[in-house]
Design a binder for this molecule. Structure first.
Ligand code: ZN
Length: 102
C-alpha cells in the first residue's frame, strides 16, 4: 500500500466521521424535541385527568366542577369543547370564556 492511497483513505475516513458527527447532532436534536413533546403531552394528560376527576366529582359543570375548570383555564389550558385540555397559546379563548359563563 503506497503513501498516497493511505492519505486518501484517511481523508475518506475523516469525511465519513464528519458526516456521522453531523448526523449525531441532528439525532440529538430530534431526541431533545421528542423529550419536550413527551413532557408537554404528559402535562396535558395529567391536566385531562384532573378535568375528568373534577367533572366526575361535580357531575355536571356546576359548583365545584366549574371552579376547577376555571382554575384550569387560569393555568393556561383550554376547557372549551374545541381544544379541551390543550395549552392555551393564543391568550384568552372566547369559547372557554363563554363556557365559564354558563
Ligand atoms: Zn378554549
Amino acid at each position: 500500500m503506497d503513501k498516497q492511497s493511505l492519505f486518501v483513505q484517511v481523508a475518506n475516513l475523516e469525511e465519513r466521521i464528519g458526516e456521522l458527527y453531523v448526523e449525531l447532532g441532528s439525532l440529538k436534536q430530534k431526541i431533545q424535541e421528542l423529550i419536550e413533546e413527551n413532557q408537554r403531552l404528559s402535562q396535558e394528560n395529567a391536566r385531562w385527568k384532573q378535568v375528568a376527576a373534577a367533572e366526575g366529582k361535580a357531575g355536571s359543570h356546576t359548583g365545584e366542577g366549574i371552579d376547577n375548570l376555571y382554575k384550569i383555564y387560569q393555568e393556561g389550558f383550554h376547557i372549551c369543547n374545541l381544544k379541551y385540555g390543550s395549552l392555551r397559546t393564543e391568550g384568552e379563548c372566547l369559547f372557554c370564556m363563554s363556557f365559564l359563563q354558563k
